[in-house]
Design a binder for this molecule. Structure first.
Ligand code: TMP
Length: 218
């Protein structure tokens, strides 16, 4: 018995988290069995690592320390939350996974994508998502939305210069080209409702065509 591992990726302010929450509500109404989680975090140890990584006071953090902390949080979250859920046949919806590290640490921090892929393959034992929905948005637009949304906390990475955010987007586009077989790209510059309908349609049709276990769809 095996579930489906669906991840959501994109730069800051793309509307990703809001869309995932709406999608979760829709899946619940349809009676579909799923687990909603996020990275870095989702479980206690990884949430503790998250607060170290994103603490705005940690300005001394070295880029490789940051990359290793993300990979450590990923490992713990994968073994404690994601794999057990997949093994019980659930659909796992995860807000960020390995592609965030490839785009942010590999490209934007300029550590190198092969090095980041290699530490992450160690962390995940090469477990990859079945589907990745990528929210594409220009960094200026995304950052404008974060500033307008005063409920959202500003973290250490949000405070990077605009060049960093441009490299994040370029990084994602390169990652998208490399892993085209599991990626779908969504234009996140449109109205949130339109983005939501697009994502919902992509995810539901993926679930319908890939659910092998009739128990998963009630
Ligand atoms: P969030 O705001 O989407 O919860 O993500 C937290 C921040 O961490 C966001 O700026 C993206 C960043 N991040 C990385 O740089 N590398 C990673 O591997 C992950 C999962 C997140």
């Amino acid at each position: 018995m095996r579930g489906l591992f669906i991840t959501f990726e994109g730069p800051e302010g793309a509307g990703k988290t809001t869309v995932i929450q709406q999608l979760a509500k829709e899946l619940k109404d349809e009676g579909i069995d799923f687990v909603l989680t996020r990275e870095p975090g989702g479980i206690q140890i990884a949430e503790q690592i998250r607060s170290v990584i994103l603490d705005c006071n940690n300005t001394m953090m070295d880029a490789r320390t940051e990359a290793l902390l993300y990979a450590a949080a990923r490992r713990q979250h994968l073994v404690e939350r994601v794999i057990p859920a997949l093994e019980s046949g659930s659909i796992v919806l995860c807000d960020r996974f390995i592609d965030s590290s490839l785009a942010y640490q590999g490209y934007a921090r300029q550590i190198g994508v092969e090095e980041i892929l290699s530490i992450n393959e160690f962390a995940t034992e090469k477990r990859m998502p079945d589907l990745t929905v990528y929210f594409d948005i220009a960094p200026e637009e995304g950052l404008k939305r974060i500033t307008a949304n005063n409920k959202r906390e500003i973290n250490r990475l949000d405070q990077e210069a605009i060049d960093f955010h441009h490299r994040v987007r370029e990084g994602y586009l390169k990652v998208f080209d490399r892993f085209q077989d599991r990626f779908v790209k969504v234009n996140a510059e449109r109205e949130l409702k339109v983005v939501y309908n697009d994502v919902k349609q992509q995810v539901l049709s993926f679930i319908e065509t890939n659910v092998s276990n009739s128990e998963t769809m009630k």
